[in-house]
Design a protein around this ligand. Structure first.
Ligand code: PAF
Length: 281
């Protein structure tokens, strides 16, 4: 596996593959890899001749410096996992390589970035779209693979690619869960055993949402039921329940008549977790 920390280095590697007519799939990550990331890597390998994984804890998407400092980092372990999975190249730049002195350009989806999770974490999605646009320009992949767990992020990136005519196909992969249902996340290792158990309430609430949608419900009844379930878990600090149109993330009300994305966020012992499910009547 080739490892590069520099824009020009990874560009050269990708150029040499392209010169042989090979296609490239990119898996964006912030490291601390787990089975969820490896599912993205596996999908990338099915789609393209070459797989590049980027590992970059992007400062621009963290509002709170303490959250950035606490973000788990395990580069050696990450590289071992990527080697074992047969990844062709890892791109691990320093922040100065991506945000050089004098850098001032940002990319923002003005509506989608500032609703829902974007209201809870102002500037977060602007940081994501800006870094993703930069990496797309550096690597120019044919495919880029994102997890459905970060559902709003996925829609924001699809919108950016559509609006800016970017020549890359965005491919999504279903959320990978532990056996008990907890969505895999790099943040999970910061949960105490009690908070990890408590966090299962998010999965249970989403299962309940699926059942209620199937048997017919209103958005209001669904929200009340989910709020009561999560509210009954003393270790959970509910941050958001959003029930929105699956593609546009536009608000919904009244009887549920089509596919809706149920987006949950809650803190457990100060660790913010998100989970999602698309439910249909
Ligand atoms: O989903 C993530 O890990 C990050 O938001 C991403 C897409 C790698 C951008 O930093």
């Amino acid at each position: 596996m080739e490892i590069s920390q520099h824009r020009n280095g990874i560009r050269e590697i990708v150029r040499s593959w392209r010169a042989q007519g090979e296609t490239v799939a990119l898996v964006p990550t912030m490291g601390a890899l787990h089975a969820g990331h490896m599912a993205l890597v596996a999908r990338a390998g099915e789609l393209a001749d070459r797989v590049v994984v980027w590992i970059f804890v992007n400062p621009a998407q963290f509002g709170d410096p303490a959250d950035l400092a606490a973000y788990p980092r395990a580069p050696e372990r990450d590289l071992a996992m990527l080697r074992a999975a047969g990844v062709d190249a890892a791109f691990m730049p320093e922040a100065g390589e991506i945000y050089p002195d004098g850098d001032e350009t940002i990319v923002e989806t003005t509506r989608l970035a500032n609703i829902l999770h974007g209201q809870v974490r102002p500037g977060h999605f602007r940081g994501v779209t800006t870094v993703v646009a930069k990496f797309f320009n550096i690597i120019r992949p044919d495919f880029a693979i994102f997890g459905e767990k970060d559902y709003q992020q996925l829609q924001v990136i699809r919108k950016m690619v559509r609006d800016l005519f970017m020549d890359v196909e965005i491919v999504s992969v279903e959320t990978v869960r532990d056996d008990d249902g907890l969505a895999l996340s790099s943040r999970n290792i910061r949960l105490s055993p009690q908070d990890r158990r408590a966090a299962l309430v998010l999965f249970r609430a989403l299962e309940r949402a699926g059942e209620m949608a199937c048997s017919g419900t209103t958005v209001e009844a669904l929200r009340t039921a989910l709020s009561a379930m999560i509210g009954a878990e003393p270790r959970a600090r509910l941050r958001g329940i959003d029930i929105v149109r699956a593609e546009t993330l536009a608000p919904l009300s009244g009887p549920l008549t089509g596919p809706a994305a149920v987006l949950l966020s809650a803190e457990f012992g100060g660790v913010l977790l998100i989970d999602q499910k698309v439910v249909s009547p």
